[in-house]
Design a protein around this ligand. Structure first.
Ligand code: NAD
Ligand code: UDP
Length: 304
């Protein structure tokens, strides 16, 4: 099996999970624009340095193609704006062409950003979203929306076996300390005794899923016969102020709250409706926030 974006945070955990499940071979394909070879700690994981915006050639049989390749944090996709649009469009097409040529099944990593700044909560897969196509997040959101359309077209018109997961905020070891996302930002601030940089009034909500739960959802979806999109995320919702307090408690540190300007189009609320995942995949998250944060903080202590 092949994991495009396999040297990233989620991709590297997925590679390890597939090896643990007995996959005969696992190949991570990555251009390392936001990932790192250091994430591939298990020497059984093969590595191909390649930008998937160019066609992907792989020797031998391939059963499964997971496409996780894309900058994922708002900070990364702001600085890598054109790369993000290209990998979401051209890259996804090359991933689909690889799957088609190998008669493999392809899973596309889509995102809760499909829902934009949602006007309903929790968000079910049937919600069509509220996305600003000309805002700062559009380079990511619209590339992911195009990716969903392309995957659906390859399924319906060319008969490629596809799966589509809408990933909600996921956290854990191997997130980059400087990727700008709230989990590494607050954990690093707590460990350094710095103030928490809360954007806006801190009342916007997110729901955080531990990486092992997320990866379990991806694997279950890939092995299922469900080709419609499925939300995989943790429905326990909290404000960013509450999250700062949770990190302070778990890390035993952190200073005051330092309010910073809210980035434009920052979604006010986000909480997955996971009824579909529960009913069709038998999946629900198992790792509570305090346990997941403890593992994440232990990792960040080694890199701060
Ligand atoms: P990440 O940045 O750690 O991993 C992405 C990987 O893709 C990196 O290793 C990067 O180098 C690689 N990549 C990017 N462009 C590439 C290209 N053109 N060719 C080859 N490799 C390329 O991010 P992540 O958090 O692990 O996210 C993985 C996937 O999951 C992304 O597609 C992201 O959109 C999606 N997702 C993640 C979250 C989350 O909370 N982590 C939420 C929603 C969606
Ligand atoms: N955020 C924050 N301080 C930070 C980084 C992020 O308050 O240092 C907020 C951000 O405004 C958003 C939430 O935390 O409301 C989650 O941000 P993240 O970048 O992790 O992911 P998003 O869900 O916005 O893609």
């Amino acid at each position: 099996m092949v994991v495009l974006g396999g040297a990233g945070f989620l991709g590297s955990h997925l590679c390890e999970r597939c090896l643990a499940d007995g996959a005969a071979s696992v190949l991570a394909v990555d251009n390392l624009c936001t990932g790192s070879r250091k994430n591939l700690v298990d020497s059984r994981i093969g590595f191909l340095l390649h930008d998937i915006c160019s066609p992907i050639t792989i020797e031998g049989p391939v059963d499964y193609v997971f496409n996780l390749a894309s900058p994922a944090s708002p900070f990364d996709y702001d600085r890598l704006w054109l790369e993000t649009m290209r990998v979401g469009s051209l890259g996804t097409q090359n991933a689909l062409d690889l799957a088609r040529s190998k008669k493999a099944r392809m899973l596309q990593a889509s995102t809760s950003e499909i829902y934009g700044d949602p006007s309903i909560s929790p968000q079910p897969e049937t919600y069509l979203g509220n996305v600003n196509s000309v805002g700062p997040r559009a380079v990511y959101d619209e590339a992911k929306r195009y990716g969903e359309a392309l995957v659906t077209a390859y399924r319906d018109r060319l008969g490629v076996q596809t799966r589509m997961v809408r990933i909600f905020n996921t956290y854990g070891p191997r997130m980059r300390l400087d990727d700008g996302r709230v989990v590494p930002a607050f954990v690093a601030q707590a460990l350094r005794g710095e103030d928490f940089t809360v954007f806006g009034d801190g009342k916007q909500t997110r729901s955080f899923c531990y990486v092992d739960d997320e990866v379990d959802g991806l694997v279950r979806l890939m092995l299922s016969d469900i080709s419609d999109p499925v939300n995989i995320g943790n429905p326990v919702e909290m404000t960013m102020l509450q999250f700062a307090e949770a990190v302070r408690k778990a890390a035993g540190g952190g200073g005051k709250i330092a309010f910073k300007p809210l980035p434009k189009d920052d979604p006010k609320q986000r909480k997955p409706d996971i009824t579909r995942a529960k009913e069709l995949l038998g999946w629900e998250p198992r790792v509570p926030l305090d346990q997941g944060l403890a593992k994440t903080i232990a990792y960040f202590r080694t890199v701060v």
